[in-house]
Design a protein around this ligand. Sequence first.
Ligand SMILES: C[S@@+](CC[C@H](N)C(=O)[O-])C[C@H]1O[C@@H](n2cnc3c(N)ncnc32)[C@H](O)[C@@H]1O
Ligand SMILES: CC(C)=CCC/C(C)=C/COP(=O)(O)OP(=O)(O)O
Ligand SMILES: [Mg+2]
Length: 291
Amino acid sequence: MTTETTTTASVKIPAPATPYQGDIARYWNNEARPVNLRLGDVDGLYHHHYGIGEVDHAALGDPGHSEYEKKLIAELHRLESAQAEVLLDHLGPVGPDDTLVDAGCGRGGSMVMAHRRFGCKVEGVTLSATQADFGNRRARELRIEDHVRSRVCNMLDTPFEKGSIAASWNNESSMYVDLDDLFAEHSRFLRVGGRYVTITGCWNPRYGQPSKWVSQINAHFECNIHSRREYLRAMADNRLVPQTIVDLTPDTLPYWELRATSSLVTGIEKAFIESYRDGSFQYVLIAADRV
Ligand SMILES: C[S@@+](CC[C@H](N)C(=O)[O-])C[C@H]1O[C@@H](n2cnc3c(N)ncnc32)[C@H](O)[C@@H]1O
Ligand SMILES: CC(C)=CCC/C(C)=C/COP(=O)(O)OP(=O)(O)O
Ligand SMILES: [Mg+2]
Protein backbone atom coordinates (compact mmCIF):
# COMPACT_ATOMS: atom_id res chain seq x y z
CA MET A 1 0.00 0.00 0.00
CA THR A 2 1.20 3.52 -0.69
CA THR A 3 -1.05 5.44 1.73
CA GLU A 4 0.86 7.11 4.54
CA THR A 5 -0.31 8.47 7.86
CA THR A 6 1.55 10.65 10.32
CA THR A 7 2.44 9.77 13.92
CA THR A 8 2.32 12.27 16.78
CA ALA A 9 6.11 12.52 16.47
CA SER A 10 5.60 13.75 12.85
CA VAL A 11 7.26 10.66 11.43
CA LYS A 12 5.69 9.19 8.30
CA ILE A 13 4.45 5.69 8.94
CA PRO A 14 2.98 3.32 6.39
CA ALA A 15 -0.67 2.32 6.52
CA PRO A 16 -1.18 -1.28 7.65
CA ALA A 17 -0.82 -3.83 4.84
CA THR A 18 -4.03 -5.60 5.92
CA PRO A 19 -6.99 -4.92 8.22
CA TYR A 20 -5.56 -7.59 10.57
CA GLN A 21 -2.28 -5.69 10.85
CA GLY A 22 -4.32 -2.57 11.68
CA ASP A 23 -5.95 -4.48 14.55
CA ILE A 24 -2.56 -5.68 15.83
CA ALA A 25 -1.12 -2.16 15.64
CA ARG A 26 -4.09 -0.90 17.69
CA TYR A 27 -3.70 -3.75 20.17
CA TRP A 28 -0.05 -2.90 20.91
CA ASN A 29 -0.61 0.86 20.78
CA ASN A 30 -3.15 0.46 23.60
CA GLU A 31 -1.24 -2.12 25.63
CA ALA A 32 -0.11 -0.95 29.10
CA ARG A 33 -0.37 -4.03 31.30
CA PRO A 34 1.28 -3.61 34.72
CA VAL A 35 2.90 -7.05 34.32
CA ASN A 36 4.98 -5.60 31.51
CA LEU A 37 5.57 -2.03 32.74
CA ARG A 38 6.34 -2.87 36.37
CA LEU A 39 8.76 -5.62 35.36
CA GLY A 40 10.46 -3.28 32.88
CA ASP A 41 10.78 -0.59 35.55
CA VAL A 42 13.09 -2.93 37.51
CA ASP A 43 16.08 -2.05 35.30
CA GLY A 44 14.73 -0.25 32.22
CA LEU A 45 14.61 -3.29 29.92
CA TYR A 46 11.01 -3.61 28.72
CA HIS A 47 10.03 -7.06 27.44
CA HIS A 48 6.94 -8.55 25.85
CA HIS A 49 7.96 -12.15 26.16
CA TYR A 50 7.98 -14.80 28.88
CA GLY A 51 10.62 -16.21 31.18
CA ILE A 52 12.77 -19.30 31.50
CA GLY A 53 14.86 -20.91 34.23
CA GLU A 54 14.57 -22.02 37.83
CA VAL A 55 12.96 -19.69 40.34
CA ASP A 56 15.41 -18.43 42.95
CA HIS A 57 13.33 -19.13 46.06
CA ALA A 58 16.09 -17.91 48.37
CA ALA A 59 15.99 -14.48 46.67
CA LEU A 60 12.19 -14.37 46.97
CA GLY A 61 12.16 -15.04 50.67
CA ASP A 62 9.05 -15.28 52.82
CA PRO A 63 5.67 -14.63 51.06
CA GLY A 64 4.48 -12.89 54.22
CA HIS A 65 7.25 -10.30 54.07
CA SER A 66 6.30 -6.72 53.10
CA GLU A 67 8.94 -6.71 50.33
CA TYR A 68 7.81 -10.04 48.83
CA GLU A 69 5.75 -8.62 45.93
CA LYS A 70 8.64 -6.36 44.89
CA LYS A 71 10.99 -9.35 44.94
CA LEU A 72 8.50 -11.43 42.96
CA ILE A 73 8.37 -8.77 40.23
CA ALA A 74 12.18 -8.63 40.13
CA GLU A 75 12.32 -12.43 39.88
CA LEU A 76 9.81 -12.61 36.99
CA HIS A 77 11.80 -9.91 35.20
CA ARG A 78 15.07 -11.77 35.79
CA LEU A 79 13.54 -14.87 34.14
CA GLU A 80 12.32 -12.81 31.13
CA SER A 81 15.78 -11.29 30.64
CA ALA A 82 17.29 -14.79 30.96
CA GLN A 83 15.06 -15.84 28.06
CA ALA A 84 16.44 -13.04 25.87
CA GLU A 85 20.02 -13.93 26.85
CA VAL A 86 19.44 -17.50 25.64
CA LEU A 87 18.12 -16.19 22.33
CA LEU A 88 21.22 -13.99 21.93
CA ASP A 89 23.45 -16.98 22.78
CA HIS A 90 22.24 -18.60 19.54
CA LEU A 91 22.95 -15.70 17.15
CA GLY A 92 26.49 -16.96 16.50
CA PRO A 93 29.52 -14.68 16.22
CA VAL A 94 28.41 -11.05 15.90
CA GLY A 95 30.88 -8.16 15.66
CA PRO A 96 30.51 -4.41 16.32
CA ASP A 97 30.30 -3.69 12.58
CA ASP A 98 27.35 -6.04 12.09
CA THR A 99 23.69 -5.14 11.95
CA LEU A 100 20.99 -7.28 13.58
CA VAL A 101 17.25 -7.23 12.98
CA ASP A 102 14.63 -7.72 15.71
CA ALA A 103 11.42 -8.59 13.85
CA GLY A 104 8.47 -7.60 16.03
CA CYS A 105 10.63 -5.71 18.54
CA GLY A 106 8.02 -4.60 21.07
CA ARG A 107 9.39 -1.98 23.48
CA GLY A 108 12.94 -2.94 22.53
CA GLY A 109 14.36 -4.67 25.63
CA SER A 110 16.06 -7.43 23.60
CA MET A 111 17.58 -4.86 21.24
CA VAL A 112 19.30 -3.04 24.10
CA MET A 113 20.61 -6.33 25.43
CA ALA A 114 21.95 -7.31 21.98
CA HIS A 115 23.73 -3.98 21.57
CA ARG A 116 25.26 -4.24 25.05
CA ARG A 117 26.53 -7.72 24.30
CA PHE A 118 27.88 -7.24 20.76
CA GLY A 119 28.37 -3.47 20.40
CA CYS A 120 26.59 -3.73 17.03
CA LYS A 121 23.69 -1.92 15.38
CA VAL A 122 20.23 -3.31 16.03
CA GLU A 123 17.24 -2.43 13.85
CA GLY A 124 13.79 -3.21 15.23
CA VAL A 125 10.44 -3.27 13.47
CA THR A 126 7.02 -3.21 15.09
CA LEU A 127 3.52 -2.40 13.88
CA SER A 128 2.98 -0.11 16.86
CA ALA A 129 4.01 3.55 16.75
CA THR A 130 3.66 3.69 20.55
CA GLN A 131 6.15 0.85 20.94
CA ALA A 132 8.60 2.32 18.39
CA ASP A 133 8.46 5.71 20.15
CA PHE A 134 8.98 4.00 23.51
CA GLY A 135 11.99 2.02 22.25
CA ASN A 136 13.58 5.06 20.61
CA ARG A 137 13.05 7.14 23.75
CA ARG A 138 14.77 4.44 25.85
CA ALA A 139 17.64 4.32 23.33
CA ARG A 140 18.07 8.11 23.63
CA GLU A 141 18.00 7.92 27.43
CA LEU A 142 20.72 5.26 27.28
CA ARG A 143 22.63 7.32 24.64
CA ILE A 144 22.67 4.41 22.23
CA GLU A 145 20.28 5.89 19.64
CA ASP A 146 23.03 5.77 17.01
CA HIS A 147 23.06 1.97 17.37
CA VAL A 148 19.56 0.94 18.42
CA ARG A 149 16.58 2.05 16.37
CA SER A 150 12.93 1.00 16.25
CA ARG A 151 10.64 1.81 13.37
CA VAL A 152 7.05 1.23 12.42
CA CYS A 153 7.29 -1.34 9.67
CA ASN A 154 5.73 -4.60 8.56
CA MET A 155 8.25 -7.39 9.20
CA LEU A 156 7.12 -9.04 5.95
CA ASP A 157 8.20 -6.02 3.90
CA THR A 158 11.29 -4.34 5.40
CA PRO A 159 13.68 -1.76 3.93
CA PHE A 160 16.82 -3.81 4.73
CA GLU A 161 19.09 -4.50 1.76
CA LYS A 162 19.35 -8.03 0.41
CA GLY A 163 22.12 -9.94 2.24
CA SER A 164 22.97 -7.01 4.53
CA ILE A 165 22.08 -8.47 7.94
CA ALA A 166 24.33 -10.73 10.05
CA ALA A 167 21.58 -12.22 12.20
CA SER A 168 17.90 -11.71 12.93
CA TRP A 169 15.22 -12.98 15.25
CA ASN A 170 11.56 -13.21 16.18
CA ASN A 171 11.01 -13.30 19.92
CA GLU A 172 7.35 -14.29 20.42
CA SER A 173 6.28 -12.34 17.35
CA SER A 174 5.97 -14.98 14.62
CA MET A 175 2.40 -15.95 15.59
CA TYR A 176 1.12 -12.79 13.91
CA VAL A 177 2.22 -13.61 10.38
CA ASP A 178 2.27 -16.22 7.64
CA LEU A 179 5.48 -18.20 8.15
CA ASP A 180 6.30 -18.58 4.46
CA ASP A 181 6.13 -14.82 3.99
CA LEU A 182 8.11 -14.25 7.19
CA PHE A 183 10.97 -16.61 6.40
CA ALA A 184 11.16 -15.42 2.79
CA GLU A 185 11.81 -11.91 4.12
CA HIS A 186 14.42 -12.99 6.70
CA SER A 187 16.10 -15.09 4.03
CA ARG A 188 16.20 -12.09 1.70
CA PHE A 189 17.90 -9.66 4.07
CA LEU A 190 20.15 -12.16 5.89
CA ARG A 191 23.59 -12.72 4.43
CA VAL A 192 24.47 -16.26 3.39
CA GLY A 193 25.95 -17.90 6.50
CA GLY A 194 23.90 -15.59 8.73
CA ARG A 195 21.81 -16.84 11.59
CA TYR A 196 18.06 -16.70 12.29
CA VAL A 197 16.64 -17.44 15.75
CA THR A 198 13.09 -17.67 17.00
CA ILE A 199 11.65 -18.31 20.43
CA THR A 200 7.99 -19.10 20.04
CA GLY A 201 5.02 -20.99 21.36
CA CYS A 202 3.79 -23.58 18.87
CA TRP A 203 1.13 -26.25 18.97
CA ASN A 204 2.36 -29.80 19.03
CA PRO A 205 1.40 -31.97 16.03
CA ARG A 206 1.59 -35.00 18.33
CA TYR A 207 -1.49 -33.63 20.14
CA GLY A 208 -3.47 -33.68 16.87
CA GLN A 209 -4.94 -30.18 16.46
CA PRO A 210 -4.73 -26.92 18.45
CA SER A 211 -6.16 -27.59 21.95
CA LYS A 212 -8.80 -25.43 23.63
CA TRP A 213 -5.96 -23.81 25.62
CA VAL A 214 -4.16 -22.84 22.40
CA SER A 215 -7.43 -21.40 21.08
CA GLN A 216 -7.77 -19.36 24.29
CA ILE A 217 -4.25 -17.96 23.89
CA ASN A 218 -5.01 -17.04 20.27
CA ALA A 219 -8.20 -15.23 21.31
CA HIS A 220 -6.48 -13.46 24.22
CA PHE A 221 -3.71 -11.99 22.05
CA GLU A 222 -5.51 -11.92 18.64
CA CYS A 223 -2.70 -14.07 17.29
CA ASN A 224 -2.57 -17.32 15.29
CA ILE A 225 -0.21 -19.86 16.81
CA HIS A 226 1.44 -22.15 14.25
CA SER A 227 2.38 -25.79 14.70
CA ARG A 228 5.96 -26.99 15.17
CA ARG A 229 5.67 -28.72 11.80
CA GLU A 230 4.76 -25.47 10.03
CA TYR A 231 7.91 -23.79 11.38
CA LEU A 232 10.21 -26.51 10.13
CA ARG A 233 8.51 -26.77 6.76
CA ALA A 234 8.50 -23.02 6.11
CA MET A 235 12.16 -22.75 7.13
CA ALA A 236 13.13 -25.59 4.82
CA ASP A 237 11.29 -23.86 1.96
CA ASN A 238 13.17 -20.60 2.56
CA ARG A 239 16.84 -21.59 2.82
CA LEU A 240 16.82 -21.60 6.63
CA VAL A 241 18.35 -24.82 7.93
CA PRO A 242 17.78 -25.57 11.62
CA GLN A 243 21.03 -25.88 13.52
CA THR A 244 19.56 -26.15 17.03
CA ILE A 245 16.06 -26.88 18.28
CA VAL A 246 15.50 -26.62 22.03
CA ASP A 247 12.26 -27.52 23.76
CA LEU A 248 12.06 -24.80 26.42
CA THR A 249 8.69 -26.00 27.77
CA PRO A 250 10.07 -27.44 31.05
CA ASP A 251 12.16 -24.28 31.49
CA THR A 252 9.23 -21.88 31.15
CA LEU A 253 6.78 -23.67 33.45
CA PRO A 254 8.40 -22.32 36.69
CA TYR A 255 7.93 -18.76 35.35
CA TRP A 256 4.22 -19.40 34.75
CA GLU A 257 3.69 -21.13 38.07
CA LEU A 258 5.30 -18.19 39.86
CA ARG A 259 3.45 -15.59 37.80
CA ALA A 260 0.12 -17.30 38.62
CA THR A 261 0.72 -16.49 42.31
CA SER A 262 1.42 -12.78 41.73
CA SER A 263 -0.85 -9.75 41.93
CA LEU A 264 -0.06 -9.01 38.28
CA VAL A 265 -1.94 -11.98 36.79
CA THR A 266 -3.75 -11.21 33.55
CA GLY A 267 -6.01 -14.28 33.35
CA ILE A 268 -4.04 -16.15 30.67
CA GLU A 269 -1.76 -18.01 33.08
CA LYS A 270 -3.99 -21.11 33.34
CA ALA A 271 -4.08 -21.62 29.54
CA PHE A 272 -0.27 -21.60 29.34
CA ILE A 273 0.19 -23.87 32.35
CA GLU A 274 -2.45 -26.40 31.26
CA SER A 275 -1.34 -26.55 27.62
CA TYR A 276 2.33 -26.93 28.52
CA ARG A 277 1.40 -29.68 30.97
CA ASP A 278 -0.91 -31.62 28.64
CA GLY A 279 1.64 -31.46 25.81
CA SER A 280 -0.61 -29.63 23.34
CA PHE A 281 1.62 -26.55 23.32
CA GLN A 282 5.38 -26.16 23.37
CA TYR A 283 7.78 -23.31 23.99
CA VAL A 284 10.67 -23.75 21.57
CA LEU A 285 13.84 -22.09 20.36
CA ILE A 286 14.88 -22.74 16.78
CA ALA A 287 18.21 -21.42 15.49
CA ALA A 288 18.76 -21.77 11.74
CA ASP A 289 21.56 -21.09 9.29
CA ARG A 290 20.83 -19.02 6.18
CA VAL A 291 22.29 -21.22 3.47
C1 LIG B 1 4.53 -10.26 21.96
S1 LIG B 1 5.28 -8.86 21.26
C2 LIG B 1 7.00 -9.34 21.29
C3 LIG B 1 7.92 -8.15 21.40
C4 LIG B 1 9.41 -8.40 21.48
N1 LIG B 1 9.86 -9.34 20.47
C5 LIG B 1 9.86 -8.85 22.86
O1 LIG B 1 10.40 -9.94 22.98
O2 LIG B 1 9.70 -8.09 23.81
C6 LIG B 1 4.83 -9.02 19.53
C7 LIG B 1 5.36 -7.93 18.65
O3 LIG B 1 5.19 -8.32 17.29
C8 LIG B 1 4.89 -7.17 16.56
N2 LIG B 1 4.29 -7.54 15.26
C9 LIG B 1 3.23 -8.33 15.02
N3 LIG B 1 3.02 -8.44 13.69
C10 LIG B 1 3.96 -7.68 13.09
C11 LIG B 1 4.28 -7.37 11.74
N4 LIG B 1 3.58 -7.86 10.71
N5 LIG B 1 5.33 -6.55 11.50
C12 LIG B 1 6.06 -6.03 12.51
N6 LIG B 1 5.81 -6.29 13.81
C13 LIG B 1 4.77 -7.11 14.10
C14 LIG B 1 4.00 -6.36 17.45
O4 LIG B 1 3.94 -5.02 17.01
C15 LIG B 1 4.73 -6.56 18.79
O5 LIG B 1 5.73 -5.59 18.90
C1 LIG C 1 4.18 -17.70 23.52
C2 LIG C 1 3.06 -16.96 22.86
C3 LIG C 1 1.97 -17.74 22.27
C4 LIG C 1 3.07 -15.62 22.83
C5 LIG C 1 2.06 -14.76 22.18
C6 LIG C 1 2.65 -13.40 21.96
C7 LIG C 1 2.67 -12.58 23.18
C8 LIG C 1 1.50 -11.74 23.37
C9 LIG C 1 3.70 -12.58 24.05
C10 LIG C 1 3.83 -11.85 25.34
O1 LIG C 1 3.51 -10.51 25.32
P1 LIG C 1 3.29 -9.73 26.68
O2 LIG C 1 4.52 -9.78 27.53
O3 LIG C 1 2.78 -8.38 26.31
O4 LIG C 1 2.14 -10.57 27.41
P2 LIG C 1 1.70 -10.52 28.95
O5 LIG C 1 1.00 -9.23 29.15
O6 LIG C 1 0.84 -11.75 29.11
O7 LIG C 1 2.95 -10.60 29.79
MG1 LIG D 1 4.77 -9.82 29.57
